[in-house]
Design a protein around this ligand. Structure first.
Ligand code: G3H
Ligand code: ZN
Length: 331
């Protein structure tokens, strides 16, 4: 167990019609929360770190944290670079120990997207890593909303998906099927029929981006139709911040930052666990070698773990999951 690449975890998902959760991490607490939830459920998991998160945390710093946690994990953990738009970032990520990389050329002209994605796939494969590309475009709700017609324009067609996958050699393919990045409420329904049609002609696992905004029902249907990797960032960021606000509202005079961060970490773990169950990957880590459940983050220091309290807080906070109204989250 421990470090894995996309092929290690997606082949079985692809064949058995479940999806592996790909959760965005921006710091140590997110990485630990994601891996802890996966270990508790004996699920394979993808920790993804975006180019923007690398700009925030530092390449060597965040990859060292992710690798340290993944190497000790009792389940397969992929360390995946998310939404890279620059080849130098891909190169540095592979050097820093990422086991998988995504090149996002979806806003480039097709031929340029094909060329750069194929280059990235080769770079990854030469290093024993895996690569994801994107065809069609999954837009962002950060600055504006999108009409049905506009979304339809951006959607991936089965023909272009098949061409793109075979010309680039990617191991997984992100497609645009109606989801939108950075939605704060679960309101989107994806086009499951389109997913099935794409799956029929593309030989690699399909990836759904912008999954925070997709309803649970539509997510389940998307997985049944052929999505094998589900990307979630915004919802986790909201859960993290909600837990911090809630803890501070109880006692604004708290002076040990770890108390607040631990609650936030537990809220993220609880949210990741819910998604893992929804995607059907619980219990799918081959060969169960897990250690004592839930003990990975045990602290002997002044922050005493109180899981029940954390889960209570997370549960309370998740009641309004359909009404997310915070400031724009960081991906
Ligand atoms: O690549 C990351 C995702 O597509 C996450 O999207 O922030 O809307 O969940 P989200
Ligand atoms: Zn994305």
């Amino acid at each position: 167990m421990g470090l894995a690449n996309l092929n290690d975890v997606l082949k079985d998902a692809y064949a058995s019609s479940y999806a592996v959760g790909a959760f965005n991490a921006i710091n140590m607490e997110f990485v630990q929360a994601i891996v802890r939830a996966a270990e508790d459920l004996n699920a394979p998991v993808i920790v993804q770190i975006s180019q923007a998160a690398i700009d925030y945390a530092g390449m060597e710093e965040i990859s060292a944290v992710a690798r340290a946690v993944a190497e000790k994990a009792s389940v397969p953990v992929v360390i995946h670079l998310d939404h890279a738009t620059r080849l130098d970032v891909v190169e540095r990520a592979i050097k820093a120990g990422f086991t998988s990389v995504m090149f996002d050329g979806s806003s480039l002209p097709l031929e340029e997207n094909v060329k750069l994605t194929a280059t990235v796939a080769k770079m990854a494969h030469d290093a024993g890593a895996t690569a994801e590309g994107e065809i069609g475009r999954v837009p962002s709700a950060a600055k504006r909303s999108w009409t049905r017609e506009e979304l339809a324009e951006l959607m991936t067609t089965p023909e272009e998906a098949a061409q793109f996958a075979s010309r680039t050699g990617v191991d997984a393919l992100a497609v645009s099927v109606g989801s939108v990045h950075k939605m704060k409420a679960q309101q989107a329904m994806v086009d499951s029929r389109r997913i099935s049609e794409i799956k029929r002609v593309v030989g690699v696992p399909l990836v759904l981006h912008g999954s925070s905004g997709v309803t649970d029902e539509s997510l389940r249907e998307a997985v049944r139709s052929g999505i094998a990797k589900v990307n979630i960032a915004t919802a986790l960021s909201q859960d993290f911040l909600r837990a911090i606000r809630s803890r501070l509202a109880e006692d604004l005079s708290v002076s040990d930052a770890r108390i607040v961060l631990d609650m936030a970490r537990q809220a993220v773990a609880s949210s990741v666990a819910e998604k893992i169950k929804l995607l059907g990957s619980a219990g799918k880590a081959a060969g169960n070698t897990r250690r004592i459940p839930g003990e990975m983050l045990r602290s002997d220091g002044p922050v005493k773990r109180d899981r029940a309290l954390g889960e209570r807080a997370a549960g309370l906070e998740r009641r309004d999951a359909k009404d997310r109204s915070e400031d724009e989250p960081v991906e």
